[in-house]
Design a protein. Sequence first.
Length: 278
Amino acid sequence: MGERLVMKICLTGYKGFIGSHLGMQLAKEGHEVIGFRWENPNHFPDPSLYDWVIHLGAITSTTERNVDKILKTNLEYSMKLLEMCDTMGTNFQYASSASVYGNTGNFKEDGDVYPLNAYAWSKYLFDRFVNSIMGEFKVLVQGYRYFNVYGNNEESKGDQASPVTKFANQAKTGKIKLFENSDQYLRDFVCVDDVCAVHSKMLNKDVSGIFNVGTGAPISFQKVAELVAKKYNAEIEIIPMPAKLQGQYQTYTSADLTELNKNIEHKFKTVEEFLNAN
């Protein structure tokens, strides 16, 4: 294994769930990490000061209805920041999302996509922009399609917290509320620690592309609820799914890790392993 290089890294979205974990992990590894807070549409970091810009800052709510706001933040700002990095010779990692796949059932990076909401569309459009000129970049550009990320300290996500965390919080009161037919919704739940490990390992890889980040082993919402209920000795109450949520979410996701595995080796933990360790 080659020696790991120490780098100077600008991290946008550093106060968010994944960003806060990633910043701490990279700093622990000896990298110099500078958090950048986006304050207005014309406020950008100076990429020339860094080896890498890791761009996680975005509107992440899947229920946000202001499409112009989403596109300005998630697409236009990201395009400008990437162009600045390319001009100044700074490598670029960014957060995409498995939500771009929708309910296609195909989870290969070069396969079909079918975004189900404005957030997913914004991520897809930036991916498409990156892919359209991938061969022209003078720097490394790595995009990561996160599947369902969960882990400790999800408070900053509010209503967007993962089912793992929501169920755990409910279980502490003695009862988990689970939408009916949750056995039919299977997701690829990936621990935030593993997401951070992927980002870190890929910093040392001379490769560009868009990569899935998940376990490749989906489990149902019902199974997650059962695992959490077992840990906390809680009951499960089945409730109807609100009409406004119906049709808004993928019924099945499973990361195809072929491309990622060509570049790094990593063992992803399961939800059960996470719960047993926390």
